[in-house]
Design a protein around this ligand. Structure first.
Ligand code: ATP
Ligand code: MG
Length: 438
């Protein structure tokens, strides 16, 4: 078979046998966020292009090279969201969430789109778990947001993941720093890549985030932002470090982190692993005290992070972390003949009504392939129904793990007897487990 259409480069399918991995991560991230008092927000997949140009920043890689911008006839330009924060802030402003008291804490799980060079851990459609906290300028908020990311990483079972933090100051201290960077890079202007030559005037800090090896080498001895912080920014950073220490969260100060988006101020941070090659940043975030005002809201401090779920899953698999298995079938009803099949329909409905996972033959196959199927889906119990069983109103309930068979009524008592068999089975499983311990 020659497939006529294939998936776009840099996208991924999740096949049914693998979706349990996503369920595991989605469950852990949302439960953890809720425990920290964050509530879910959902936003559209596309926004007006201007939103990202304004917030992410004109001189960033994301806006310059990576956006998927679309337009339908007669419409203005829209862009598939390259990240979550801008759209979430837009939605919180537009729906008056900012007027409901501070802090406002939201989380989301969403797809992002960036036209990038595809590599392991670098896709064109990827997924982020993100959190945003609005309305606190306190370094406590920074520590809390970092603690939430750390909790998620701990709970999915990741090891050897490092937290790097930095402060990139406020607009005041940054202006002095920008000038220092311009003075440093100016003599190297011709050696910089085209994009960075452009950045030299507009936004020299972006040069520090350039992926080109030559530019990185030039930037090695560039002045460091921490030497240019004003007193308030220094105090904020010192307090954050103190809080993290009190929370027992290990970190390193890495003055090289500037982050890829323009809206950050003061605290920036990344959780990094060296185990999945070059794309090792599993989570990145920081404070963006100017963004809300930039989008037309009142001046409001805020911060958050985005965690790349594909990268998280790559590390989890590499490290052999535990995943939540899919639910298994409780009962498969195998049938021979039309009467039995009709009976199976009502029994299935009754047992499902009580919450059991039940399947029966949908392909009109013989008994042997039905039993093979029951085995394949890992059914706990099987009932075989034929004319004899229908006539007598009773059948055998077979425990597939032990081979043990018990009688079960096909009448009104069916669901209750089946429930009892499930309970007994659970207890004998527990006894086996405990037996090993005592
Ligand atoms: P990088 O430096 O790796 O390009 P970034 O700074 O562009 O990352 P952010 O915009 O901060 O990334 O996004 C937050 C997180 O989303 C990243 O830490 C990463 O885990 C994930 N991420 C970003 N871009 C991609 C991508 N193209 N494919 C998969 N995951 C991604
Ligand atoms: Mg990037």
């Amino acid at each position: 078979m020659a497939l006529l259409v294939k998936k776009p480069k840099g996208t991924a399918d999740v096949v049914p046998s693998k979706s349990y991995m996503w369920h595991t991560v989605e469950k852990i991230v949302s439960e953890t966020a809720q425990q920290f008092g964050f509530r879910e927000i959902r936003i559209p997949t596309f926004e007006e292009t201007g939103l990202f140009v304004r917030s992410v920043g004109e001189t960033t890689d994301v806006v310059q090279k990576e956006m998927y911008t679309v337009s339908a006839a007669g419409d203005s330009k829209f862009t598939l969201r390259p990240e979550g924060t801008a759209g979430v802030m837009r939605a919180m402003l537009e729906n008056g969430v900012m007027n409901e008291g501070f802090p406002q804490k939201v989380y989301y799980i969403l797809s992002c789109f960036r036209h990038e060079n595809v590599q392991a851990g670098r896709l064109r459609e990827f997924h982020q778990f993100g959190c945003e906290m609005v309305g606190s300028a306190s370094p406590r908020a920074d520590a809390e947001v970092i603690a939430l990311a750390k909790s998620v990483l701990d709970r999915v079972g990741l090891k050897n993941i490092e937290l790097n933090i930095n402060s990139i100051g406020c607009p005041e201290c940054r202006e002095k720093y920008r000038q220092a960077l311009r003075d440093y890079f100016e003599p190297h202007r011709d050696e910089l890549c085209r994009t960075c030559q452009d950045r030299l005037e507009k936004n020299p800090m972006r040069i520090l985030d350039c992926k080109s090896a030559e530019d990185q080498a030039i930037a090695k001895d560039a002045p460091m932002i921490l030497d240019y912080l004003c007193d308030d920014c220094t105090e904020h950073f010192e307090k954050l470090k103190q809080y993290l220490t009190q929370m027992n969260i290990a970190f390193s100060v890495n003055p090289r982190i500037v982050r890829g988006l323009d809206y950050y101020t003061r605290t920036v941070f990344e959780f990094i692993t060296t185990e999945i090659g070059a794309q090792g940043t599993v989570c990145g975030g920081g404070r963006y005290d100017g963004l809300i005002e930039q989008l037309g809201g009142a001046k409001t401090p805020a911060l958050g992070f985005g965690m790349g779920l594909e990268r998280l899953l790559l590390v989890m698999q590499k490290q052999g972390c535990d995943f939540m298995e899919d639910k298994k079938c409780d009962l498969y009803i195998a049938t021979m003949g039309e009467n039995a099949a009709a009976k199976a329909l009502s029994m299935t409905a009754a047992a499902r009504e009580e919450g059991f996972f039940v399947e029966y033959d949908l392909v009109e196959r013989g008994l042997k392939p039905q039993m093979k199927y029951a085995d394949k889906i890992g059914a706990r119990f099987v009932i075989v129904l034929g004319d004899n069983e229908i006539d007598s109103g009773a059948a055998k309930l077979k425990n597939m793990a032990t081979g043990e068979q018990t009688d079960i009524s096909l009448g009104d008592a069916f669901v209750e007897q089946f429930s009892q068999a499930m309970v007994n089975n659970m207890f004998s499983g527990l006894e086996d487990e405990l037996g090993g311990l005592v």
